[in-house]
Design a protein around this ligand. Structure first.
Ligand SMILES: [Zn+2]
Length: 157
């Protein structure tokens, strides 16, 4: 676990990264992933507009770099610092990556007050976006799931 000095240091680094991004015309979202020994292993900023990728949020970009650094999709034991509270998408990515702790500089309400409202990303909508096709009756549609080796199933997503 990181000590209070390390936490303060990476909060400053996260803030500095966000400031730098805003200075260069970007959004104020930044994230840094730090391993158990206090080493930064990945950082990111919001690149949605530059990459034309709606998933290129700062936290996800940082997770991508950290995963490459460690050579694994599991970031167990790491701490993720974020300039703003991770949105619904990023919270899921953080859980999938098994990040152990998240430290945010501003929560979702504070960020909303500052003009960035992504409260809607936390709402689970039971709408018609996701439809399970019941018209077609492929008998083999479960095959890819059934045929996957058990050891891969235990890894999960
Ligand atoms: Zn996000």
């Amino acid at each position: 676990m990181l000590n209070s000095h390390q936490i303060a240091h990476f909060c400053e680094e996260t803030l500095s990264l966000a400031k730098k991004e805003v200075d260069s015309g970007g959004l104020p979202f930044s994230a840094i992933v730090v391993d158990e020994k206090g080493r930064p292993i990945g950082q990111g900023v919001n690149e949605v507009n530059t990459l034309h990728d709606c998933t290129a949020h700062a936290e996800i970009q940082a997770i991508r770099v950290a995963s490459k650094t460690l050579g694994t999709s599991s970031l167990k034991g790491t701490t993720l610092f974020a300039s703003g509270e991770p949105c619904g998408l990023c919270q899921t990515a953080i859980r999938l990556a098994k990040v152990s702790k998240v430290i945010v500089l501003l929560d979702r309400h504070e960020v909303k007050e500052l003009g960035f409202d992504y409260m809607w990303t936390y709402v689970e909508k039971a709408d018609s976006l996701f439809v399970r096709d019941t018209h077609l009756s492929f008998k083999n549609k479960a095959e890819p799931f059934e045929q996957s080796p058990k050891d891969l199933k235990s890894i999960g997503l």
